[in-house]
Design a protein around this ligand. Structure first.
Ligand SMILES: Cc1ncc(COP(=O)(O)O)c(C=O)c1O
Length: 397
């Protein structure tokens, strides 16, 4: 079906940070399937591990224990502040699980009965992005994604990201007649909404307010999680521990997997409450295990910090060379946004120009070009990426 506005190229082969189209043209891939191919394309360790797994067992049902799933849950738990994990297949599906957990939390902990007249509320940020299933897209604070799909799911309210006063006002209004807010759902860094890093003071205040009322605090780390920020989890950048996080994208390095990780105290799910046929199957969990093991073995977190700094510097220098068209750079680690000025090329125009130069980048809204390369990208390749982008910029005039 015609759901995507696609570029007119077909990619048929990849190796490391490079991909080739069917005509043999090579591209430097700073999209990585939109923050998915953590280890790059056709990574030998992932190929080996997945080949072996396929030779042993690819899928069984969650009717049975799955050792690879238990190992991946342990790997996440050992390296985070969480205790329990539910596996699914995508970011939207992970957020659906989180939304269901939030409603149950509202009932069990806060005594919110959850009627149509007075639904449990989940507060999310304007310009957020949480996926495209009906509840996840309702959570997404961008009206353009709601158009044509009314009525949306009940019980979502929005506030401006990083705005303490607005958040406090919304919370006070929502709780004026007693408990009604079940959860707050936030990205530690807004990716799709324009690459806006979370503000530490704001997040710490949200944590305090949620603690005071026993409101569930959930971070959507679908894009920023699994090493992309230079820390394994985005919450580490903010000095705040959420009660739960959602993961997907980079966790499987290109194999579909999603996860909801929670602290023991808010694990309200009981057998029968939630499920997914494919969720956490041996093949996908082997991918997740390999990605996490390789991040450690290759010390990729240090690497991402160094490469993120380099990318910021290089993009900063680009901004200084083209002040009429470029406004600045923002982001964490290897999720960086180049902010464009009005009057120059738009992000979609610049992305299209970059493609012609052999560089893949992706817009984050109309005014930001996003870099989300494999975490394995090297300094030389990052410099080359910025050079290619500059060529595209100059070419567009
Ligand atoms: C922060 C965030 N949450 C959720 C999603 C949705 O993930 P998926 O496309 O795997 O459903 C995305 C995808 O871009 C995302 O960036």
């Amino acid at each position: 079906m015609d759901t995507y506005a696609r570029f007119p190229i077909s990619l048929s082969r990849g190796r490391g940070v490079w991909v080739w189209d069917e005509d043999g043209k090579r591209y430097l891939d700073c999209v990585a399937g939109i923050a998915v191919c953590t280890l790059g394309h056709s990574d030998p360790s992932l190929r080996r591990a997945l080949g072996r797994q396929l030779g042993r067992l690819q899928h069984v049902s969650n009717l049975y224990r799955i050792p690879e799933q238990e190992q991946l849950a342990s790997a996440i738990v050992e390296q985070s502040c969480f205790d329990r994990v539910f596996f699914c297949n995508s970011g939207a599906e992970a957020n659906e699980a989180a939304i269901k957990l939030a409603r149950k939390h509202g009932q069990v902990v806060r005594g919110i009965r959850g009627t149509t007249e007075r639904p449990p509320l989940i507060l999310t940020a304007e310009a957020s992005f949480h996926g495209r299933t009906l509840a996840a897209v309702t959570a997404t604070g961008q009206p353009k994604y709601h158009q044509g799909f009314a009525p949306m799911v009940q019980g979502f309210r929005y506030f401006p990201y990083n705005d303490i006063a607005a958040f406090e006002a919304l919370l006070a209004a929502a709780e004026a007649d007693g408990p009604q807010v079940a959860a707050v759902l936030l990205e530690p860094l807004q990716g799709e909404g324009g690459v806006h890093p979370g503000d530490r003071t704001f997040f710490q205040r949200v944590r305090q307010l949620c603690d005071a009322k026993q409101i569930l605090l959930i971070f959507d780390e679908v894009q920023i999680g699994v090493g992309r920020s230079g820390r394994l989890w985005g919450y580490e950048q903010l000095g705040v521990e959420p009660d739960a996080i959602t993961l997907a994208k980079g966790l499987g390095g290109g194999i579909p997997i999603g996860a909801l990780a929670v602290k023991q105290a808010v694990d309200h799910f009981r057998p029968g409450d939630h499920a997914s046929t494919f969720g956490g199957n041996p093949f996908a969990c082997r991918a997740g295990l390999t990605v996490l093991a390789e991040i450690r073995r290759r010390r990729l977190l240090d690497h991402v910090q160094r490469m993120g700094e380099l990318l910021r510097q290089e993009l900063g220098a680009l901004v200084a060379r083209h002040p009429a068209q470029l406004a600045g750079v923002r982001g964490w680690g290897l999720l960086q946004g180049l902010v464009l000025k009005d009057g120059g090329p738009t992000a979609p125009e610049l992305v299209k120009g970059a493609l012609a130069q052999g560089l893949l980048v992706v817009p984050a809204g109309p005014g930001v070009v996003r870099f989300v390369p494999p975490l394995t990208i090297q300094a030389r390749q990052l410099r080359q990426a910025v050079l290619l982008l500059e060529r595209a910029l100059v070419h567009l005039g």
